[in-house]
Every structure is written in C-alpha cells, then in structure tokens.
Ligand binder design. Structure first.
Ligand code: MRU
Length: 336
C-alpha cells in the first residue's frame, strides 16, 4: 500500500502548484501507486480533469482555478481557456463557480486568486466537518459513498471531513476519546471504485476505523448505522442533489431503514440558478469503466449505460451540512 504525500501538518496534499506548473496526484492509479501528473497549460489541466486524474467537485474547482493561472502564465486566451476547463466535467457546479469568480480577476492576479480558492476550500471543509459532527451521536457508525476526502477537495473533505472532525476530535461535539471512536462503512462505489480505492486508503492513512462493503451490501449494513454521509456535485435550489451514481439507491435504503441521510457540501456546490434536479446535467462516461478496470476486462462486449451521477430528490435528504451549519432548501442566491 502506498503512503500519502502530506504537508508539515500531516494533511494529504494531492494538488501542488509552484507558479510554473501544477502537480496532480494521479487518482487513477491509487492506492497501488503514488504517481504525479504535471500540467503546464490550461489544456493539460482540462484533460487531467476529464480523465479523472483529479476528481471530486471541490478539487475539480481548485484544479481549474490553477488551470486559469497557468493560462495567464503562458499568455493563453483566457476566455478560451475558461471555456475548455468548464467543459471538462459537466455536473460539478463548483467548476463553474470557480471560473466565474476568476472571470473578473486580471491575468497577473490569477495565481494568487487560485491559491486563495484552494486555501478557502480547505478552511470551509474544516468548518463543515465540525458542524456535521454535531448531528452525530457519540462513537457513531456511519456509511459513506464515493470519495469526499482530502483527495476530492482543497483539503480535509466534506462527508469524509465530518468523519475526520469526529476522529481527530476537532469538533466541539466529539472532544473526548470515547465520543471520537467512529466506525465507517465504506461503499465500494462501482464502477470507478472511489470508495474502495480512495476513501479506504485515506481512512487507513489516518487510522480511521473502516470496513469496506460492496455497494449492494448497503441494505444489510445500514441498520447498524447512525447516519449516511455523502457529498454532492450540485444541489439544486429545491434541494435535489446530484452525487455519485448509487447515492439515490442509498437514500432510498436509508429512508426504508429510518437512517438519517445527510449531504455535506461547501456553499459552492449549491446552485440557486438550477431550480430542481431535472435541470442538472448528468455526465455519462465511457463503457470501459463498466466493462473492466485498470487493464482487466471482465464483461462481455455488450452495450453499456454509465451515468456518473444520479439525482436524489430533496424529500429523501434529512439535511444539508455546509460550512454555515445545517441548512434546508430553498437555496437562494446568497447560498448557505
Ligand atoms: O466522479 P467523481 O469521482 O468526481 O465523483 C465525486 C463525487 O460524486 C463526490 O461525492 C462529490 O464530487 C463530492 S466530493 C467532496
């Protein structure tokens, strides 16, 4: 098992910008290998996002922001660069949020503005994590889906950030050793295995007690859980929530079993311009992700439908945890 690259505080640092280039921890090959992809132009950054070198809505936004800084450094047409970056993944609204925020920044200020987006996202996740912990009992057992941790954000994580806040005792609600004993069921997250490959790896690095289950075991283990914690790529104004494929099934199961279902998001994931789930663009990805993985090909060559996300109706969500605390729709222009 490879070891995570960390900063001086021991935090995983998968996105590194040195002013002239962007180094991205290659999430396609984790946990077998720690490898980096270096990007020098906005086009290379867009390609890395589309290929899932980096993934997770807030991490995509941070990466695209650095893509704009590189575009300025290389003297690229900034409007064209922003358009290419925006098209790299359609569902994560954080991407649009970051590019719109940078649109009014002069070229010479883009590097600092991108660094600020990165640092802010990490701080937002810390606040979100501490608020989220408050909805959990002492020594909780939770279920999570996909990867919403340091790999998927500017640092710490959203749903996994809540788990970190409990485990590390940063949340006022979970300061003492007994309260901090959290157990996490990690859903494998077919087809791309973000749970099995990334969340399990992050948990292992920090000694967070976790058990990996196949997605179809969720119905069996949910009765042992105090809550389901997931992230999102976009939350519509009415609360309908797009997240990794499998989230909707999980929400239905959670309702069946009477388990609270929380969506953990920075305000940049709330999309007041999107009235409801029908208006959320859902990315479809290639057949190869379903037919096999990492060079192995196990399925017959048949047609494949591979939606990367699904939309959970607001009625199945217990609450939305943001950096401002527990929130309810409608989510207006002043998000959060
Ligand atoms: O396809 P991915 O891996 O980018 O999907 C990621 C998710 O669905 C996450 O739950 C979401 O982006 C939130 S990450 C904090």
């Amino acid at each position: 098992m490879s070891t995570a690259p960390t900063d001086e505080r021991g935090l995983i640092t998968p996105i590194r910008f040195d002013g002239d280039g962007l180094d991205l921890l290659d999430q396609r090959v984790l946990p077998r290998q720690v490898a980096w992809v270096r990007c020098s132009t906005s086009g290379e950054v867009a390609q890395a996002i589309a290929a899932m070198v980096v993934r997770g809505a807030p991490a995509i936004a941070v990466t695209a922001a650095y893509g704009m800084a590189l575009a300025a450094r290389r003297g690229e047409d900034l409007r064209a660069a922003a358009a290419v970056l925006l098209a790299s993944r359609p569902t994560a609204v954080n991407l649009r949020w970051a590019l719109e925020r940078l649109a009014s920044v002069p070229a010479e200020g883009l590097a600092d503005a991108a660094r600020a987006i990165h640092a802010e996202d990490a701080a937002i996740n810390r606040a979100l994590g501490d608020h989220g912990a408050a909805v959990l009992p002492s020594a909780p057992t939770v279920y999570t889906h996909c990867n919403t941790g340091a790999l998927a954000t500017g640092g710490w994580g959203t749903a996994l950030g809540v788990i970190r806040s409990v485990h590390h005792g940063t949340a006022p609600s979970h300061r003492d050793a007994e309260a901090r004993r959290i157990h996490v069921f990690v859903g494998e997250t077919r087809p791309y295995l973000q749970g099995a490959r990334l969340t399990a790896w992050e948990c292992l690095q920090e000694g967070i007690d976790c058990t990996l289950v196949v997605d179809s075991a969720a119905a069996v283990v949910l009765p042992r859980c105090d809550a389901v914690l997931v992230g999102a790529d976009r939350v519509a104004a009415n609360g309908d929530t797009a997240n990794k494929i499998g989230t909707l099934s999980l929400a239905i199961l959670a309702r069946h079993h009477g388990v609270p279902f929380f969506v953990c998001v920075p305000s940049s994931t709330l999309d007041p311009r999107c009235p409801d789930g029908d208006a959320i663009p859902v990315e479809e990805r290639g057949a190869e992700e379903v037919l096999g993985h990492a060079g192995a090909h196990w399925a017959a060559d048949v047609p494949v439908f591979n939606p990367a996300f699904d939309v959970t109706p607001a009625s199945l969500v217990t609450g939305w945890i943001t950096e401002h605390g527990l929130r309810e729709p409608p989510f207006g222009e002043v998000a959060g």
